[in-house]
Design a protein around this ligand. Sequence first.
Ligand code: C2E
Ligand code: CA
Ligand code: CA
Length: 742
Amino acid sequence: MSLAPPAKSTILVVDDIPDNLHLLTRELTDHGYETRAVLTGEMALTVAQSAAIDLILLDIMLPDMDGYAVCQALKENSATQDIPVIFVSALDDPFDKVKAFDVGGVDYLSKPVKMVEVIARINTQLSLRHAQQKLQLFNQNLEALVQQRTQELAQTNQALQAEIQVRQRAEQDLRLSEARYRLIANHMGDLVCLHNQDGDFLYISPSVQSLLGYRPDELQGKRLQDFCHPDDLPCLQLHFQESFQRAESITSAYRLRNQAGGYVWIETLAKAIMDEGEPITGIVTSSRDVTRRVNVERKLRYEALHDALTHLPNRDWLAKRLEMEILQCRRQLGRQFGLLMLDLDRFKAVNDSLGHLIGDKLLIAVAERLRATVRKVDMLSRWGGDEFIIFVEQVNHIDELVQVAEAINQALESPMEVDGKIIFTTASIGVLLGGANYGTSNEIFRDVDIALYRAKEQGRNRYEIFGLEMYQEALSLLTLENELREAIKNEAFVVYYQPIIDIKTRTLIGFEALTRWQHPLRGLIMPGGFIDLAEDSGLIKPIGKQILYQVCHTIAEWERLGYLEAWLQISINVSGQQFRDHNFIETLDHILIETGVKGTRLKLEITERILLEQSDSIARTLDAIHQRGITLSIDDFGTGYSSLRYLSQFSVETLKIDRSFVMQLQPGKSGIVQAIIDLAHNLEMDCIAEGVETEDQLHQLQRLGCEAAQGYLFAKPMPPDQAVQYLQSAPPTLETLLSQLS
Ligand code: C2E
Ligand code: CA
Ligand code: CA
């Protein structure tokens, strides 16, 4: 730091003598100073305040005030107090040095002044002042720095204090939460453990005692694997491995051996212990006893996939297996599989006659037999009711399936003994060879069902192999079924009437009502084209009801117009399903009341099979029918399972001899027709021969004592308006003549 004064300092010279002033200022200017010169004390004070003055040379003796007063005034003003003042006194002036220093002067000079001295004194004072100023500045800076540092230190200190507080609080929290966790772990029902990578127990919560019976210290140093059920070991190991590789928790279930030596199903949630960026150091597991739940689940799963009666796989399981097989077939070129769907023939009869209990036992026995004929790799399942399905894996040729079908038929050949009863069963089987051509299990079931249906239709106790043409037939049958539903809605059925003739008198005794379907596109469809379908689909009931209503309505109309003699009877065909319907009698009554037709006007044609069922409800229906004066015929007699016993049991008025027997009649060869007529007469029934086409047949029937006949020989079935004409043109009967006479 240089103490030399700045080059251009400004000196204020105060002197009341202008010559002095002039001399001094010139000298000073020559020495490089700026100067200001004033004559009075007042002016000196004014200039010192307003201009930047570095030093004042002050005369003691001034006109307005003395130099002491001026100096004192300068020192009292903060703007001027730092300006060094050098007093200048004449030798003869009374100069008080002490006073000069007291009022703030820094030096003094005596007149006449030596310029060298003046300059030296001025320089000294200026340097001093300059040094003072610098020191002051330095001090100021230092103070500012110290203040700043002190402030910074205080801030740092404050931050540190805050951090310490946070840490202390965190530490406290940590201690608290650890204590809480320990409390939870110690009192939790779940078992909480800590394991290292090898499965060693590092920590075991006390709940292990209630869960597995061990004390925690007994497990120290052991591994989880040591307690796992051998079957579940792979699952456990996988679980551990995965837990070490993933951040999420993973659940799994396995069995652990308890202290008693039994096994407990445990569900465990495992989570790897991971500190950010650190490698996984261990696994925390939380486990609970889920034995009950697992058992329930297993039971449910078993029930979901098994048939409760036979314990065979059920249709859901089979469907799943088939879906898998479909995928296999798509992957493996040429791969084929087989399906055999079998249905016990006449199982319903067993159920109806021997009861459901025996029926169930029979199903179990059949399942056993089937199981013995099926390979281990194949799957025997129960489809429901009396239907079973066998899935055959990897089939090369249809012959292999035929062999299975034949083996099944053979296996069922010998009778079953159920509860001491001997039961013969046979089965109809649908066979299907499938492959990549199938997309869903439902398609497979649909097709094998078509084949089964065909087997049943073809006469049971046989198998049929599914072919594409069957599918197409089934498809068109389906269309027909839908059209049939439409037909019911639109009441598109018409009834034709075929005369029935008394053979002896050759007069009309009644009509048989025969239904036709007025199809919008295909015209009139004969019963052969839709009755079977109507029966299979259950649509025969609404159709039968419509027909019954229509026929009664026609009868009422004919009666009202006087066309119908009192003894004429109208025969109506009633299907088994209709007859078995619990509402049948109710429907019948309703129609009779609404149309006003008397029961005696009607004759119902039923098949033998209905009577064979021998159920109480059938007996009740038969009773109810007789109570209403309605008579019964047995249609197509001799074509079914004729049994003499049922014929004598129920009161049936008429047997209808099927056309197939009438056709067999030859001169001199009456065959079965004779037997039927004799049987009917023995049971006090009369006979109507169907399908009489020739005079020869008629003669022979007359000779055999047959009472009545219908057939093309007399008339074909005809629509109602023609039947009316027929009624009107028919020759009067004996009864008519007699009634006209009386
Ligand atoms: P079905 O009860 O045996 O009726 C006699 C069938 O033989 C009628 O055939 C009739 O037209 C035909 N027929 C009559 N005389 C002769 C003949 O001299 N020669 C030949 N070749 N045939 C003759 P349709 O009308 O085709 O009826 C067929 C079957 O449909 C009926 O057989 C009956 O079982 C059933 N059916 C008809 N209408 C109904 C009905 O309304 N309800 C029920 N459930 N079945 C009906
Ligand atoms: Ca008939
Ligand atoms: Ca018939």
